[in-house]
Design a protein around this ligand. Structure first.
Ligand SMILES: NC(=O)C1=CN([C@@H]2O[C@H](COP(=O)(O)OP(=O)(O)OC[C@H]3O[C@@H](n4cnc5c(N)ncnc54)[C@H](O)[C@@H]3O)[C@@H](O)[C@H]2O)C=CC1
Ligand SMILES: CC(C)CCC[C@@H](C)[C@H]1CC[C@H]2[C@@H]3[C@H](O)CC4=CC(=O)CC[C@]4(C)[C@H]3CC[C@]12C
Length: 368
């Protein structure tokens, strides 16, 4: 394997490159990484849009594969200079079993690390999540905190638990000798709630609003702040980290960075209304229309129904005890660590991010 610091033309591998964030990272790399020679996109489900990318100057290689299968991962990683590991099972609704979530998010990440070590790939960027920190189930607020803010992280839910375990594996692997004797350099990015073109939950909430006659109902107070970041800026941060990791290994290796931009601090629903409002939806109520105890009861009922119905069908509504705790607990970040360590500045202003997201919602099928 050629030393990546000397190589001018690099091979990148993006796992999960066909998902919501992955597609933005793939497109961003093609637009803004001049050192790119080959881009490998590894995903369980390959998107048809990949075809259009194959006509450009960079060699684009689509690999259908499963991160839980070590041999498939090793074959994809072999010869790559940089791996951006985004693939993951994002499930806070109880669609997948805790075992499957663990296999994909933890074992899959371990497979990626071992593949780097075995094949001599030196640089690994991992997409972690703010959820490795919180919110915790005790509802403690994390108010505009940074990477060093103390917080009691308690992981009971399979998704954040798996992300925290995987992140630890990645950080602990920093400095391991890869094939050829060079040290592995790793770091983890922790996005808050990502929004933007392609965001499935935003789409679901939009259609739900249309079904309810253009209305959504306030259930969470405006005072609760939920951290959000635009997908284009998260993608840009991945591109920069992957590039700078080679030049600043001593500083960045083994580090975690929250993903942030200038998106305003708002409650989950008030923030969504920044896009859904201009698309014709209205959020009814200046204060929550239901008392919190009733929401807790409904969320618990949903969890019970999910369990009872599981042998017959999958019942996975948005509201469950975990998502309620997420939406009802202040968790926002305020940091400049990425700026200090590798010169990150958001590529998209809040106005741009908002406009792009609104245009995407407006273009959805059946849009008002
Ligand atoms: N959506 C969000 O708000 C946030 C997401 N993240 C993290 O960002 C990453 C990407 O998330 P999204 O793009 O939102 O999710 P997504 O579900 O849209 O994308 C995940 C991709 O991984 C692929 N994948 C799943 N299992 C796989 C397997 N066994 N082998 C190979 N590929 C597999 C999927 O096919 C999909 O294309 C995840 O690791 C997630 O934990 C972190 C913070 C916030
Ligand atoms: C009806 C409820 C009261 C409101 C439901 C909203 C929830 C579906 C969402 C509230 C917070 C979201 C999560 C948060 O943005 C952080 C996340 C980070 C990740 O790594 C994955 C996605 C998510 C868990 C995100 C999922 C939807 C919410 C729980």
């Amino acid at each position: 394997m050629a030393s990546s610091t000397q190589a001018q033309k690099l091979v990148y591998l993006v796992t999960g490159g066909c998902g919501f964030l992955g597609e933005h990272v793939v497109r961003m790399l093609l637009q803004r990484e001049p050192q790119l020679q080959e881009l490998r996109i590894f995903d369980l489900h390959l998107g048809p849009w990949l075809e259009e990318l194959k006509t450009g100057p960079v060699q684009v290689t689509a690999i259908q594969g499963d991160v839980t299968q070590a041999h498939e991962v090793t074959a994809a990683v072999a010869g790559a200079h940089v791996v951006i590991h985004i693939a993951g099972l994002v499930d806070v609704f109880g669609r997948a079993s805790p075992k499957t979530i663990h296999e994909v998010n933890v074992q899959g990440t371990q497979n990626v690390i071992e593949a780097c070590v075995q094949t001599g790939t030196q640089f690994l960027v991992y997409t972690s999540s703010m959820e490795v920190v919180g919110p915790n189930i005790k509802g403690h607020p994390f108010y505009r905190g940074n990477e060093d803010t103390p917080y009691e992280a308690v992981h009971k839910h399979p998704y954040p638990r798996s992300k925290a375990l995987a992140e630890r594996l990645v950080l602990e692997a920093n400095g391991r000798k890869v094939h050829g004797g060079l040290p592995l350099v790793t770091c983890a990015l922790r996005p808050t709630g990502i929004y933007g073109e392609g965001h499935q939950i935003m789409k679901d909430i939009y259609y739900q609003g249309l079904r309810l006659g253009g209305r959504l109902f306030r259930v969470i107070p405006t005072s609760v702040e939920h951290g959000r970041v635009y997908v284009g800026n998260v993608a840009w941060m991945h591109v920069l980290v992957a590039r700078e990791l080679k030049q600043r290994a001593a500083l960045m290796g083994g580090q975690v960075y929250f993903c942030y931009d200038k998106s305003p601090y708002k409650s989950y629903m008030d923030f969504n209304m920044e896009f859904l409002g201009p698309c014709g939806l209205r959020l009814v109520g200046t204060r929550p229309l239901l008392p919190y105890w009733l929401l807790v009861l409904l969320a618990t009922l949903n969890a019970l129904l999910q369990w009872l119905l599981r042998p017959l069908l999958l019942y996975a509504p948005l509201l469950n005890p975990y998502t309620l705790a997420m939406a009802n607990t202040t968790f926002t970040v305020s940091t400049n660590k990425a700026q200090r360590h590798f010169g990150y500045e958001p590529l998209f202003s809040w106005e741009d991010s908002r406009t792009r997201t609104i245009h995407w919602v407006q273009a959805l099928e059946g849009s008002a």
